[in-house]
Design a protein around this ligand. Sequence first.
Ligand code: LRH
Ligand code: MN
Ligand code: MN
Length: 429
Amino acid sequence: MTEHIIDPSVVEAENAQRAADLNVDYDTLGERLDRRGISIDAIKDKVAAFSVAVPSWGVGTGGTRFARFPGKGEPRDIFDKIEDCAVIAQLTQATKTVSLHIPWDKADPNRLKQAASRFNLGFDAMNSNTFADAAGQMQSYKFGSLSAADKATRDQAIEHNLECIEIGKTIGSKALTVWIGDGSNFPGQVNFANQFEHYLDSMKSIYAALPEDWRVYTEHKMYEPAFYSTVVQDWGTNYLIAKELGDKAYCLVDLGHHAPNVNIEMIVSRLAQFGKLGGFHFNDSKYGDDDLDAGSIDPYRLFLVFNELVDIEGRDADFHPAHMLDQSHNVTDPIESLMLSAADVQRAYAQALLVDRAGLKAAQEGNDALAATQSLRQAYRTDVEPILAMARMEQGGAIDLLATYRASGYRAKVAEIRPEIAAGSSGIV
Ligand code: LRH
Ligand code: MN
Ligand code: MN
């Protein structure tokens, strides 16, 4: 039996206030979609089956490199984090898994598994961390980890990734995500080729330890914390890595890890066309790796990414990319941000499902640029909220996420038992 942290009677009472309006809105939208030859129930079923993983580190206040301003009732450890994730899952019905970051979430794997299974939560990809030094470690990652010039440092970083795989095996994860901060800060500081060769050799050792049914995702990022060069700086290098490693290696696209204005949807298409698109870290950004809430700055871009994903789904039934949020919340209650972000990712998916694919194809083949782009805009401009809300309600989630969460008083309740954390500087990049 799945345990619920928010009393289901609170969700029911909140939904009861909104169910009649929702039914009308759903039927009205259904009629409009019917005219376009689209079955609203078919879209709703796909939306209901969609899930995006919640990053364990997202439920705490992130902070910037200048400061961190924790909120009330911040999770004290991974077990509190799992409870916060369970709240998000209960209300959204769209986040069935949690993604752990080691060593931040290190704990007895059996306890982790037990804690998550109380709420019927699974574990998504394991994230290793060799971009910061853990307490007591022998070698420092100041000058790199998997690509470091020093062999003992590389070995330690490999060992850490192997440990992540071991923990993941116990808790039922099926993937390892590797993102490194390695690079350089000055021209001439490193030899690019030697550094990349070290990285590839290290990744090969990690790849060799992957269980048969696992995947490894490598995540590219243009810059930061290294500011002159980064080892895995873009999708091209990422593709080379996945190709070098083998069939279990895929590229992970974090939406914030590109230069402004880069055509990310096209990167998505390219990687998928050549069988190497593994998954996503969803977030939004205005300037750099801002880690703002998904869909909060450029929802059309998010839609265009999903437009590609739906196109690929149509070509390849075995295409199942991993979806995860990767955000940092500085001024909001992280649970609220994550709930709305999960819904926004779902929204982009629902809108992309509405694209008239046959019409789009005909317009493309007839070189009718305007008709082609109109078919995207028509889908994007459709308010799919009734579909999302209906999918949630039917599964026991909340029609109105924010109102229901606030009515539950969850944050105030946990604030009573979780001690207040003083504001301070942030250690997280
Ligand atoms: C790096 C990154 C990566 C890390 C996370 C904390 O910027 O996106 O995914 O694991 O942030
Ligand atoms: Mn990321
Ligand atoms: Mn990032």
